[in-house]
Design a protein around this ligand. Structure first.
Ligand SMILES: Cc1ncc(COP(=O)(O)O)c(C=O)c1O
Ligand SMILES: Nc1c(O)cccc1C(=O)C[C@H](N)C(=O)O
Length: 408
């Protein structure tokens, strides 16, 4: 059916017929042209060019600079200037790279600042990485974790780095990145943002917000596939001063000079480490094609419409059964909404059994992501109706839906 929807481009995705996919906040779907692009790189480039692919692959552009080319493409989606973003590694590793760079800059400029400030809504991997990095670096560095609503007041002169995820993975609550970054700067702290649930979900303006470092995932709203390369941003005003803690030859000024000593590449390129995973990078590169000509402000407007529509329908049909766990104000959310239900895991399994894919986060959250490039209003209505029927008829109350999988 033709749609008046301004951003829907479902034909670009290879989604199973009849499935309603509300989990692009965890793993984006497969863009239709990715397999053919991968096939060409595997068969024609790896297969025939072999080692020459480093210079001649990617249709003559060479494989070796894919991290920078991908970084430039991702940068356009997150308000970063050319050269300030590189793709590679995982988000977790990039948190370590960004935070260690920030702490080293602060050690030189303000050695008395010893706190890394984060919040309890942050994704655990970021907190684990920060906690263990502080421990490994010693010298009194420590991670302080406060409630999300207490972050602004907790930014004091002792804070070396403010490290936050813009959109809470559980509730979708969104921090004011520009305001908190400004507040961090007033206190002499550097600001590091995890954009895992922001990049491709809404407009992000890293340069406008004067953010110092940012990281994010390639496999969620950017649709780069399971385990896709992540990205890292360093503000150009800082990049040439960074002393990478995770240093490697691909971040060297002259990797093929094979010099005995490390000499960092100019700018954010020094945040590259080792050989890039070309097949994963090619998949992400191809996936980014779906963003060509897309207006992220329109994507944001539509995702808010869709999530508001879902919340309204679910609340009307499931009064008393579910509690909205996300902020009621759509502007205070990212592109996902969550509800609480004491049997959330079984409820989600029952939904999945009926072709509505969201996910569950312990202890009791069912979570739904709204990615309007491939999600229509009709699907949102159908998902809300299926959720209502699942609760009304207690379809979740089945021992099969209580069997916990390894990955939830
Ligand atoms: C905010 C956030 N940061 C990081 C990650 C994951 O990082 P990695 O790709 O290293 O597993 C996720 C989800 O997995 C996330 O939601
Ligand atoms: N990265 C994931 C994985 O390797 C397996 C399962 C889920 C994920 C996720 O991305 C989880 C996600 N960050 C979340 O918001 O919960």
């Amino acid at each position: 059916m033709p749609s008046a929807d301004p951003v829907l481009r479902k034909e670009l995705f290879d989604l199973p017929e009849g499935l309603i996919y509300l989990n692009g906040n965890s793993l984006g779907p497969l863009p239709r042209h990715v397999p053919e692009r991968l096939r060409r790189v595997v068969c024609d480039e790896w297969g025939k060019l072999l080692i020459r692919g480093w210079n001649l692959g990617c249709d003559g552009q060479g494989w070796v600079d894919l991290p920078a080319r991908l970084g430039a493409r991702i940068g356009r989606l997150i308000g970063a200037p050319e050269g300030a973003v590189v793709a590679g590694d995982s988000t977790t590793v990039n948190v370590v790279k960004a935070l260690s760079a920030a702490l080293e800059l602060q050690r030189a400029d303000s050695p008395g600042k010893l706190t890394v400030l984060s919040d309890s809504g942050n994704f655990p991997t970021d907190l684990y990485a920060a906690q263990e990095l502080c421990r490994a670096l010693g010298r009194g560095l420590r991670l302080k974790v406060v409630a999300p609503e207490e972050v602004a007041d907790a930014i004091d002169d002792g804070v070396a780095a403010l490290m936050l995820t813009e959109v809470d993975y559980r509730t979708g609550r969104r921090h004011d990145m520009a305001a908190l970054t400004a507040r961090a700067h007033q206190a002499g702290a550097l600001a590091i943002w995890d954009l895992a649930h922001s990049a491709g979900a809404m407009p992000v303006d890293l340069a406008g917000a004067d953010v110092d470092f940012a990281v994010g995932c390639g496999y969620k709203y950017l649709n780069g596939g399971p385990g896709a390369p992540a990205f890292i941003y360093a503000a150009p005003r800082l990049a040439d001063r960074i002393a990478p803690a995770v240093a490697g030859w691909m971040g060297h000024a002259a990797p093929f000079a094979f010099e005995p000593a490390y000499r960092p590449a100019p700018g954010a390129d020094r945040l590259r480490v080792g050989t890039p995973p070309i097949l994963s990078m090619v998949a992400l590169d191809a996936a980014l094609d779906v963003w060509e000509g897309v207006d992220l402000a329109a994507v944001r407007a539509r995702s808010l419409e869709l999530s508001e529509r879902f919340v309204a329908r679910v609340e009307a049909a499931c009064a008393g059964e579910l509690e909205l766990a996300s902020p009621r104000d759509p502007n205070a959310r990212g592109a996902q909404v969550s509800f609480r239900h004491p049997e959330g895991y079984a409820v989600m399994q029952a939904l999945i059994a009926q072709g509505v894919i969201g996910d569950f986060r312990a202890p009791d959250l069912i979570r739904f992501g709204f990615a309007p490039l491939y999600l229509s209003a009709e699907e949102v209505d159908a998902a809300a109706a299926i959720l209502a029927r699942t609760l009304e008829a207690r379809l979740w109350d089945d021992p099969r839906h209580r069997v916990r999988a390894k990955v939830t």
